[in-house]
Design a protein around this ligand. Sequence first.
Ligand code: NPG
Length: 374
Amino acid sequence: MKIKISGIELRRIAMPLVAPFRTSFGVETSRDVLVVRVVTPDGEGWAECAAMSEPRYCSEYVDGAQDVLRKFLIPALPKDGVDAAAVGRILEPFTGHHMAKSALETAVLDVQLRVAGESFGSYLGASRDRVPCGVSVGIMNSLPELLDAVDRYAVDRYVAEGYVRIKLKIEPGWDIEPVRAVRERFGDDLLLQVDANAAYTLVDAQHLAKLDAFDLLLIEQPLANDDMVQHAQLARILRTPICLDESIESAADAAAAISLGACSIINVKPARVGGYLEARRIHDLARAHGIPVWCGGMLETGIGRAANVALAALPGFTLPGDTSGSHRYFVTDITPPFVLSDGHLDVPTGPGLGTEPLTELLDEVTTAREWIAL
Ligand code: NPG
């Protein structure tokens, strides 16, 4: 179905986080989110760009994403209408910028599905109506602080809200001890995994092998983004399964990683791979190879969360994702909040994303608006 676009609004919003979120690549205290609104005669489509303020997780950053959207990606869309399934191919001549491309494709897909009356979950091929949820715990300054946070964000709610697994962020100097402390305090039944965000090198292999004692679900992205061969070597040393995140920017990367033996699990983040359609291709490929996937998160508002939850409902997403409830990150979200029930989030069933920003809330947090007519 071709959708005729009148114009696109690029809006920036400031979303303070409930607590600083520290990873090996930096600390986030507030999200500066680029929200994309596609306007058509028949309705609107929404998406958010996952790019952070600074190019630390990957080379993209939010000002750059807005610039490339304004100068190259939006002007490349045909004036006489476009089908969301064609957006990826239309944007292909521009290299990189997956997060910007993902936001544009997602907003077009959203309006197209709203017009067609179909939900993201149904369109993508969801096989469940709710998904189990994990939570990511940032790097802390001290062990007591970590245990409090685990208490506060995961285990207490594991009982009260039911988070089904915990992911600890690690880096050199903050790895074996926090994992040991969490295991000792909460026992072996807790589903636990770690995420290094590329903070180690192959020289650390024997050190990382000490994590094998803790029966982790996986270790995520231990080595650098382009260390595909080194990850394959590390996989032969560790018993803990290796999951790749940053290294996988496309289905082609996933195919290479699988055939090299660089990972046995993949974290699928739609923004990182250029959109939900490429994310689905990675899901299909991994599933055909018996490689489990799970849905990552990038501190999304309710707009991004809605689409992630829909994706996480596909049959190959067999591990709990970083699809936490809205209140894990924001006191007030711009959409009605996603709230855990029995450790799960419901997959939205309304047309498109099945949710949209509440105008008043959105206006309150808006810091800038730009209109690009097509
Ligand atoms: O639940 O949304 C979430 C965050 C999960 O830890 C999480 N995300 O490296 O996967 C990651 C990390 C991240 C956060 C990556 C922000 C990039 C930016």
